[in-house]
Design a protein around this ligand. Structure first.
Ligand SMILES: C[S@@+](CC[C@H](N)C(=O)[O-])C[C@H]1O[C@@H](n2cnc3c(N)ncnc32)[C@H](O)[C@@H]1O
Length: 332
């Protein structure tokens, strides 16, 4: 091993320090507080409820990796890498950064070794329940997670709309649609379309502001329920973005069978695993599924096999520039 590889490895090993520091900066809302120009860490201590010296130490560390820029007198400006931490950034990542360091989620990641040794889901091992039931009982964590998904989906929406033509559908149902970020963008793009966002009752409660901000509330119904029981009928297309990867094959097929009963084509929006040695986003998302949700990322062939078990055939796949693929299934 060269000195360079040892240094690079050390940087990767310590990656959790960087991740947690960014998480705290996002939780304190530092990027928003710097939106109008540089401020000292002493000034920021009061509005963020922080210890002035510890806040300085956080910000100077983050300045070394390009999140902030440190100037004279403990003064900090937002640097280009920190811009997407602003809540009003066009593709804000603030929601994801706030979620990624939550203690209950980190605790699950701390049990990765358990998952690797046993094949079991770490979250269930640590918390004795699955992520969805855990959050359903904790409204704050549920809202933080929904905002995190809003951030990720907001980042991939444009690429999805550029790659895939939703215009041929009159009614689209977004199954497990979270707080409506994807369907709001699709409806805004296709003015003749109507839509339904379907998710767990406590999740869809928070949807109205997203639909109103996109100007599509009058064309979108919101329905709460479980996709293991029934989904709204009458859709021409059923979109499931980042849903099937949350589940192992048995549950994934059960969800698809319920969706099939409702009619229409099914459009999965997922990350394909890709060839060996490539696509770290998908391969680490797969580990995240092992640890947190209890599912897995898959190859296109594996999605095809799920389709076959659920009564669909793989009708096509459309890659997008954001690394997600639209995987289309037709009822057989
Ligand atoms: C990874 S998130 C994806 C959200 C959204 N599709 C997106 O990509 O932004 C998974 C979604 O599945 C929903 N979900 C989990 N279990 C569900 C169930 N039994 N019925 C309906 N929705 C469920 C969650 O509430 C969550 O919004």
């Amino acid at each position: 091993m060269t000195n360079d590889s040892a240094a690079e490895l050390r940087r990767l090993v310590n990656g959790h320090q960087v991740s947690q520091a960014i998480h705290v900066a996002a939780t304190l809302g530092l990027a928003d507080l710097l939106a109008d120009g540089p401020r000292t860490s002493d000034e920021l201590a009061e509005p963020t409820g922080s210890d002035a010296d510890a806040l300085y130490r956080l910000m100077r560390a983050l300045a070394t990796i390009g999140i902030f820029r440190e100037e004279e007198g403990r003064c900090f400006a937002l640097a280009p890498l920190g811009e997407p931490l602003r809540s009003d950034a066009s593709e804000s990542l603030a929601g994801w950064a706030v979620f990624a360091g939550r203690p209950y989620y980190r605790e699950a990641w701390s049990a990765l070794e358990h998952s690797v040794r046993t094949g079991e889901n770490a979250f269930n091992h640590v918390h004795g329940t699955n992520v969805w039931d855990y959050r359903a009982e904790r409204p704050q964590e549920s809202a933080i997670f929904d905002r995190a998904m809003q951030a990720l989906t907001g980042q991939s929406n444009r690429a999805l709309l550029d790659a895939y033509d939703f215009g041929r559908f009159g009614i689209v149902v977004d199954v497990g649609g979270g707080n409506g970020t994807l369907l709001a963008a699709v409806l805004a793009e296709v003015p003749a379309m109507r839509g339904v966002v379907f998710d767990q009752p406590h999740v869809v409660e928070g949807i109205a502001p997203v639909l109103e901000a996109a100007g599509v509330a009058d064309r979108c119904r919101v329905v709460g329920g479980s996709f293991f029981e029934a989904v709204p009928e009458g859709g021409d297309a059923y979109v499931l973005k980042s849903i099937i990867h949350d589940w192992e094959d048995e549950e994934a097929v059960a969800i698809l069978r319920v969706v099939r009963r409702a009619g229409g084509v099914v459009l999965l929006v997922e990350r394909e695993l890709g060839p060996p040695n490539e696509n770290p986003a998908a391969k680490f998302s797969d580990l995240n599924m092992l640890v947190a949700a209890g599912g897995r990322e898959r190859t296109l062939d594996e999605y095809g096999a799920l389709f076959e078990s659920a009564g669909y055939r793989l009708a096509g796949s459309t890659p997008t520039a954001a690394g997600m693929t639209v995987i289309e299934g037709e009822r057989v």
